[in-house]
Design a protein around this ligand. Structure first.
Ligand SMILES: [Ca+2]
Ligand SMILES: [Ca+2]
Length: 409
């Protein structure tokens, strides 16, 4: 008996052992583990600790109910990027708040809601990660806070997030990684661009458009890079939520393996992935190196779902970066930007007509404005309403990229 208590306190049981645990301990394992955890780790302020202990004692009579961990939205035993998908599917749904609710990785009583995720069957109480009743972007925070934490004590117990019945279309969507430029020299900054392509948007029923995607990127550990890799999700036009994790962002994103990036994007209950779009740009700074090499990176564990939580078949492609001491051929400045500083708009004038994309980045890397023009020599980017300050304007054409530092008044 004592052995069970000790092992419950240390949370070392797997799901099979939990099932074999004597009934009284199994029912109260959540309580035992919680108290022992707080005895060992002072995560909360004294006032909150007292509140939690009072809650645990008062609700123990009601156990076994549902027990959840904030950040494990799909209740598969860990908090990670995949937990963004349930959030997208159940976005804006409302139910009873959890009281008290903590963001820390401790088991908490979950009031079962009348509704569940349509395919996985996970109760929506798990999806309301911060416990305020509403399923929305605030439920992203516990995912980040508890990233890669593991649990085996939820009730019902964690289940693998397996979604059955894949939806196939003749021309499936594609996930493509692309290095820009494809060749890098010592000290260069290279962008790894994540593109999502839908060859046939009409292939999806309007009642179940593509909603969310998750994937990992592997192979970066072979690159001679200077950490951290900076990831800029494509935040324009603002209809997607994102989770991105690397091994170097340890304060929030805990233990993603070196050379690996975990990424997820999901619409807010809407089919935000019904059309082609860029998902992210990842800025990679190269170390000094002298040997010419080719470095492949590739996506894996790719999962695309629709608004009904059904899987959609997808093709995924990686890319190869050639690294070495050769200087890449950069086009000379081909565009003029004025006025600088600017107020209402930025004008871009080029030497010859080209397909053009203008993106304005804040100094923190957020894309705040973007326009695309076909075969033009001049373009204007509206900057009205943006806070004054320094920005970076990226002028992208088929023939090269130019980045200009601009000021807004
Ligand atoms: Ca999870
Ligand atoms: Ca919430």
């Amino acid at each position: 008996m004592l052995l069970w208590v000790i092992r419950l306190m240390s949370d070392t049981l797997d799901s099979q052992e939990v099932a074999e645990c004597p009934a009284p301990f199994r029912h109260f394992r959540f309580l035992i583990y919680s108290v022992s955890r707080f005895a060992r780790v002072r995560l909360l302020s004294n006032a909150r600790l007292v509140a939690l202990l009072c809650f645990l004692l008062s609700c123990s009579a009601a156990l076994p109910g549902q027990v959840m961990y904030p950040g494990d939205l799909n209740n598969d035993g860990t908090a990670n990027h995949i937990d963004l998908l349930p959030l997208g599917v159940a976005y804006n749904r409302f139910g009873p708040p959890r009281e008290p609710a903590f963001l820390e990785w401790v088991p908490q009583e979950n009031i079962p809601r009348p509704d569940a995720l349509p395919v996985s069957g996970v109760n929506l109480g798990f999806v309301d990660a911060n416990g305020d009743g509403l399923i929305d972007t605030f439920d992203l925070e516990p995912i980040a806070l508890n990233y890669d934490s593991l649990q085996s004590l939820s009730i019902p117990p964690p289940q693998a997030y397996l979604l059955t019945d894949t939806f196939f279309v003749d021309n499936p969507p594609e996930l493509r990684l692309r290095f820009e430029p494809p060749t890098a020299s010592p000290g260069d900054t290279v962008r790894l661009i994540v593109e999502y392509i839908v060859p046939d948007p009409g292939a999806f029923p309007p009642t179940a458009p593509p909603l969310g995607i998750t994937f990992s990127i592997n192979g970066l550990d072979t690159l001679p890079i200077v950490p951290p890799i900076r990831i800029f999700p494509d935040t324009v036009p603002g209809d997607l939520m994102f989770v991105a994790a690397t091994a170097n962002q340890a304060q929030f994103w805990r233990s993603v393996a070196p050379g690996r990036i975990e990424f997820a994007a999901a619409g807010r209950g809407m089919g935000a992935l019904g059309n082609s779009r860029q998902l992210a740009e990842m800025f990679i700074v190269m170390e000094d190196m002298i040997i010419l090499r080719e470095m492949p990176v590739y996506p894996d564990s790719v999962l695309l779902i629709n608004t009904r939580e059904e899987v959609i078949a997808l093709k995924a492609f990686g890319d190869t970066l050639t690294v070495g001491s050769h200087l890449p051929v950069w086009p000379a400045a081909f565009a003029k930007v004025f006025p600088n500083p600017a107020r209402q708009s930025l004008q871009v004038q080029m030497k010859q007509p080209l397909n053009l994309e203008l993106t304005l980045f804040s100094t923190t890397g957020l894309a705040v404005r973007r326009i695309r023009n076909e075969t033009t020599r001049e373009a204007s980017l509206n900057t009205a309403g943006l806070p004054p300050g320094i920005y970076f304007l990226e002028i992208r054409t088929g023939q090269g990229i130019q980045i200009e530092r601009v000021a807004l008044e």
